[in-house]
Design a protein around this ligand. Structure first.
Ligand code: ADP
Ligand code: ZN
Length: 214
């Protein structure tokens, strides 16, 4: 069973990697960012609350985030494995994840650290475009769609995430460095941390993951 956490700065390629891996591993892709964006679109009270933080580049409070993940793990599809993308992001969330997994009798196999130089991140994120319908991720230069601004997979118009502006990205990086990077040591101590070079293309990232034989 493959049960992994993808850990990495915003723009390191967690979402892109997860989208490819979930198909080849046939396990659910659990992205707290995607779940929050869905809640925002649905205008739910939780979505409105989360959006206050997301638009400023700040982390959504732990109690809300942990609640969302706890609920997601009550579904039985996670028994066959999972890819957690963007969770945990704080030590408190990592401890809560341990509890959620123990309670559901599931083991976390590996935490994949997507290692990337901060200088590359701003360029990657400001050029990112996503499909609001199917979640496909593009980059205007690195991974352009076949037809400008149209999703290859479902023909929807692509959008730029509201938090993908340079100003907000700087805040997100700040949150990563302060609140999330301590998780590297947290999982290194548990001896389940593996590292890939995330400055490479999506294909090369997949090759590195396959070479790990998880
Ligand atoms: P990225 O990794 O590129 O920043 P995500 O889609 O994972 O993008 O997250 C977008 C935003 O959603 C974050 O900036 C944050 O506000 C919120 N968010 C997502 N996951 C979490 C989490 N685990 N804890 C707190 N906030 C989160
Ligand atoms: Zn699409």
């Amino acid at each position: 069973m493959r049960s992994v956490v993808l850990l990495g700065a915003p723009g390191s390629g967690k979402g892109t990697l997860a989208t490819i891996l979930k198909n080849s591993w046939n396990v659910p892709h659990i992205s707290t960012g995607d779940m929050f964006r869905e809640a925002v679109r649905a205008n739910s009270p939780m979505g409105l609350k989360a959006f206050e933080y997301m638009k400023a580049g700040l982390l959504v409070p732990d109690d809300i985030t942990i609640g969302v993940v706890d609920e997601r793990f009550s579904k039985s599809d996670v028994k066959k494995g999972f890819i957690l993308d963007g969770f945990p992001r704080t030590i408190k969330q990592a401890e809560a994840l341990d509890e959620i997994l123990t309670k559901n009798n599931i083991k976390l196999n590996s935490v994949i650290l997507l290692d990337i130089d901060e200088k590359l991140i701003i360029k990657r994120i400001t050029g990112r475009r996503t499909c609001p319908k199917c979640g496909a991720i593009y980059h205007i230069e690195n991974v352009p769609p076949r037809k400008q601004n149209i999703c290859d997979k479902c023909s929807s118009d692509l959008i730029q995430r509201k938090d993908d502006t340079e100003e907000v990205v700087k805040e997100r990086l700040n949150a990563y460095n302060k609140q999330t990077s301590p998780l590297v040591d947290f999982y290194r101590n548990k001896k389940i941390l593996v590292r890939i070079d995330a400055s490479k293309t999506p294909d090369k990232m997949i090759e590195q993951v396959e070479a790990l034989s998880l």
